[in-house]
Each structure stands twice: as C-alpha cells, then as structure tokens.
Design a protein around this ligand. Structure first.
Ligand SMILES: [Zn+2]
Length: 189
C-alpha cells in the first residue's frame, strides 16, 4: 500500500522510495501508477520532469510514472521486483530500507549506463538491456518481464541467440541520459 512507502533522500541517486515497515519475500508492496502513455515520437512534447519519469512499455510506447512510484530507483541487486505496475518484495525488506528494482527488466538496446546503486556486484557501468543480464538472472526475471521482452526471450531461446548482446560492442553514453535511467527520480542511479 502507498502508506507503507515513503519518498526520501537516496544520496547521489536523489530521491528514492523507502519501506515504512518490513516486507516478507514475495509480499505485495504497492502499485505504481501510470499517467499518460506516449509513443517514442511524442516524447519530445513532455516536460523535462515528466521525461525523467518514463517507463518503457514496449519498443515504441512509454508511460509517464506518477509519484510516488516514479521515485523507485534502480539497483543491480534489487530487493523488489515489478510485474506490470505491481511492485513486490524480491527478498525480505527491512523497515527503513530503500526499495529498488532492476530497470533492465524492461530495457532493450545496447546503451551503457553509469550506475551508482552501490551493490557489491555493480561495476559502475552496465548495459541497459534485459539480454545483457547473466543467463540465470534472465531466467529468474523472465516471468515478470513485459510481453515484448518475453517474446524476444522465447525467440532467442529457440534460435540459440541468448546472451548474444554481450558480444555486441557498444558505445559509451556521452552526455545523453540513458533511456531507462529516465525511470529514476534522480537522473543518476
Ligand atoms: Zn548498479
């Protein structure tokens, strides 16, 4: 429920969402609300603030996230998971802990993001793409991923292409905000 979460200071990440009480693994936390849904071609009409709070729905559509869900930050080792708009505990979450999800769940493309999530496994720069995740992590996340990622996963599974994106040479993002970082309330994560 919304009453179980609070927006607070998440350090270098800017604002974040924090647990007001503890959550058991698998427990429902809250429902993230979508505002307007736009195609990629319409994104230029958004305010700078709305552009920071987008969630990609498929290859061509994004939703503007409404508060407080728009402040849910990324972590390479998240403690929460998202299935559509429902956010639930991926592992046990203590009261006061920042709630995080993995933005790669619905990310597609080969852009590199700088990441300051602070997780032990975080290299500080990650590829914003579901298929850049280790194969085991892809399997764990797959059933929560949006339909367009699931169908691409099944296609790659059938053709033996899984993890192919790891071998693609990608350019470093220069100045431009990483696409999925837009989901962050902070701009950096
Ligand atoms: Zn990270």
């Amino acid at each position: 429920m919304i009453a179980d979460i609070a927006v607070g200071d998440a350090g270098v990440k800017g604002l974040g969402l924090f647990a007001v009480r503890g959550f058991r693994r698998g427990e429902f936390i809250f429902r993230r609300r979508h505002g307007r849904i736009l195609t990629n071609g319409q994104l230029g009409s958004l305010s700078r603030e709305d552009r920071r709070h987008l969630c990609e729905l498929d290859y061509d559509r994004s939703a503007v996230l409404l508060p407080p869900g728009c402040y849910l930050n990324h972590s390479c080792e998240p403690n929460a998971m998202r299935s559509g708009v429902k956010v639930f505990a991926w592992r046990r979450i203590a009261a006061g802990e920042e709630i995080t999800i993995d933005y790669r769940l619905n990310a597609f493309g080969a852009e590199r993001w700088s990441c300051s999530c602070g997780a032990a496994s975080c290299t500080g720069e990650i590829t914003g793409d579901f298929f850049s995740l280790p194969a085991e992590r892809q399997r764990e996340y797959m059933r929560f991923a949006p339909a367009f990622i699931q169908s691409e996963y099944r296609r790659r599974l059938a053709t033996g292409e899984l993890n192919l994106s790891k071998r693609v040479t990608v350019r470093r993002a220069r100045g431009r905000r990483p696409r999925v970082a837009r989901e962050s309330g902070a701009g950096v994560f």
